[in-house]
Write a protein that binds this ligand. Structure first.
Ligand SMILES: [Zn+2]
Ligand SMILES: [Zn+2]
Length: 308
């Protein structure tokens, strides 16, 4: 991730990239899902209904929900192929064309001989989508599983629905294992909202673009010009030769993680800016930043590759 987008022209737009509606197994119809997200201050969402035969392979058309202040990106949660544990794959693709060809995925159980997850991820990417490996902890994903999705742009490291419903919502371990192998993946926080439980308005991305349009948002997502949050805002990140500076809304912790156990941290009351020495992280090919506010809410930068 470059950090220059923080100070580039444009603004940050808040969005949820993983959401379900009555077009699959969600509780609310697409228009009501969009209405609630806009009313909560979101600038955009992607409805990502389960792309399965039992729901007639929906790529839910949300264009009618767009207005001056709110937009939508077409997408779906893709399912095909088998993970190492024998269960069906889940991948989110944001920015899918409406004629994206379905795999042989009639229901939530894997079908022998069906298209692999790696193949459908590549097809989605080739069709213009931003592709994410979602809820790796909930899925029981192995590193080999994750490594096989070479077309992925990101790993969903915070899935609010999984946090709320089963305490298996985080994917940082999967992400860091792949970063350590040199895979340049970004991270996303999402809701995976179904509106059957309080699985909404908990995790989101903040995407920096010149305008709030599906095309601009997709380009910025693919370029890594975003960060993820459950509360606080990252305003700027500046890297000097041996330190990193973060501007943010008030937090009590600024953490810098890298390869292996070494990390660096600042802890103070009500920091809106902080400078952290990178001395302990010397030699790590990547670093990433977490900020935590007094309520325990967090925001995460994408990984920053030190060699650029
Ligand atoms: Zn899923
Ligand atoms: Zn989902």
């Amino acid at each position: 991730m470059p950090t220059s987008f923080f100070t580039a022209a444009g603004k940050f737009y808040r969005g949820n990239l993983h959401t379900h509606s009555t077009r699959s197994d969600g509780a609310l119809d697409p228009a009501e899902v969009c209405r609630r997200y806009q009313a909560e201050g979101y600038d955009f969402i992607a409805l990502t209904d389960h792309f399965l035969g039992l729901f007639n392979y929906p790529i839910t058309d949300t264009t009618a929900c767009r207005n001056e202040e709110f937009t939508t990106i077409m997408g779906a949660e893709l399912h095909t192929g088998t993970m190492e544990n024998g269960h069906l794959w889940h991948l989110v693709a944001v920015g899918l064309p409406s004629d994206f060809i379905p795999p042989d995925a009639p229901h939530f159980r894997p079908v022998k001989g069906s298209e692999s997850a790696a193949s459908i991820a590549q097809r989605a990417r080739d069709a213009g989508a931003f592709v994410a490996i979602v809820h790796p902890h909930w899925s029981g994903l192995t590193e080999a599983d994750a490594r096989s999705i070479t077309a992925a742009h990101a790993i969903e490291t915070y899935n609010h629905g999984c946090v709320v419903d089963n305490d298996r919502g985080e994917g940082f371990l999967t992400l860091e294992h792949l970063l350590n192998e040199g895979h340049r993946l970004n991270l996303i926080a999402t809701d995976d909202a179904h509106f059957n439980t309080s699985d909404f308005f908990g995790g989101w991305v903040m995407v920096k673009t010149a305008e709030n349009t599906p095309e601009a948002l997709l380009d910025a997502l693919k370029a890594g010009a975003f960060y993820s949050s459950t509360g606080p805002e990252i305003i700027d990140i500046r890297i000097t030769k041996d330190s990193i500076e973060v501007d943010c809304t008030p937090v009590v912790n600024i953490l810098v993680q890298g390869q292996g156990p070494p990390m660096a941290k600042l802890r103070e009351e009500t920091m809106t800016t902080g400078q952290v020495s990178l001395e302990r992280l010397a030699g790590s090919p990547w670093i990433r930043i977490t900020i935590i506010d007094r309520a325990g809410k967090r925001a995460w930068s994408n990984p920053i590759w030190i060699d650029g």
